[in-house]
Write a protein that binds this ligand. Structure first.
Ligand code: ADP
Length: 275
């Protein structure tokens, strides 16, 4: 899959001849500056500043209700669908504020795909689940090849290649989640947002998704909300800790956050003093 990085929506400089995740320079792909999000009069995010690097896994952790999902949904404007939701501040993708009037949210979501907690395949065939987004965008290339590529990318091809016409709903939970990942990567996004993608799965299926995330980050940037701190420690390069009040309290390299956080509240949270 190509790593084409621009369309009319985005201006970006494409650099980096680097290969290998650890060697890549931290080039920011998504950033927030003074990001406030409200639901009616209730503030869910408070002055969030963050720079999320490309081709890394960034984990968003924190206690329930601290704004993790709200942050994730702000990135590709899924919050637009919530009437009472209001956003202030800046949320940028390659330096372009995604809330500018000239940004098309549908085009944005093609670049920034999303995978949800509960696998949610369409009641369609496996093939059509993956082809769906491409059809909507009027893709007129080799659809079969693209579907295969996306299913391979989601580590599902070998398991489903002989049953592409079967319903996506007949797959196991873990397979359904990988189908949703295939659907998300088919339009060749740059960023994949994942909102607790393994919490509805059994440990074996969850572990496969974790392995897959490790592969996906070679091609994409992954931002994952998880309530599972071991998972964050296992799979992420960067960790952002949100605490009650919708504040981003600490953000940095995952190893440092887990071993030697700056903020006492982060240490208390990570060591299970509250949750
Ligand atoms: P987390 O993902 O960390 O559990 P959320 O982002 O879901 O937190 O929620 C943050 C705050 O925003 C909570 O107080 C929650 O009740 C509120 N909230 C979330 N979604 C909505 C909504 N659609 N309408 C009103 N309030 C919401």
């Amino acid at each position: 899959m190509s790593t084409q990085k621009s369309d009319t929506l985005i201006t970006t400089d494409v650099s980096s001849g680097n290969t290998g995740r650890a060697d890549r320079p931290d080039e920011t792909v998504v950033s927030a500056t003074g990001l406030d999000v409200y639901y009616g009069n209730d503030q869910a995010l408070d002055a969030v500043d963050i720079e999320i690097p490309e081709h890394k896994v960034t984990a968003i952790i924190g206690p329930s209700g601290c704004g993790k999902s709200t942050f994730l949904r702000s990135v590709n404007r899924m919050n637009d669908q919530i009437d009472v939701c209001r956003i202030d501040g800046d949320l940028s993708f390659h330096g372009k504020n995604v809330y500018d009037d000239d940004v098309d949210p549908v085009a944005l979501r093609r670049k920034i795909g999303m995978v949800f907690q509960k696998p949610n395949p369409f009641p369609k065939s496996i093939y059509d689940n993956v082809a769906y987004g491409l059809e909507i965008q009027g893709y007129d290339g080799d659809m079969d090849a693209r579907v295969e590529e996306a299913l391979r990318g989601a580590a599902l091809w070998d398991e489903v290649k002989d049953q592409l016409d079967s319903s996506g709903l007949d797959l196991s939970g873990g397979q359904q989640q990988r189908l949703c990942i295939a659907r998300a990567i088919a339009p060749d996004p740059e960023v994949i947002l994942m909102d607790e993608p393994t919490s509805a799965l059994d440990p074996v299926a969850a572990s496969k998704i974790e392995d897959l995330i490790d592969e996906l980050v070679e091609e994409y940037t992954v931002i994952i909300v998880t309530h599972n701190m071991q998972q964050a420690a296992r799979i992420s390069d960067k960790t952002a800790v949100f605490l009650t009040g919708g504040q981003l309290v600490e953000f940095g390299d995952t190893n440092r956050i887990f071993e030697n956080p700056d903020d006492q509240r982060v240490e208390d949270y990570i060591t299970g003093k509250f949750g």
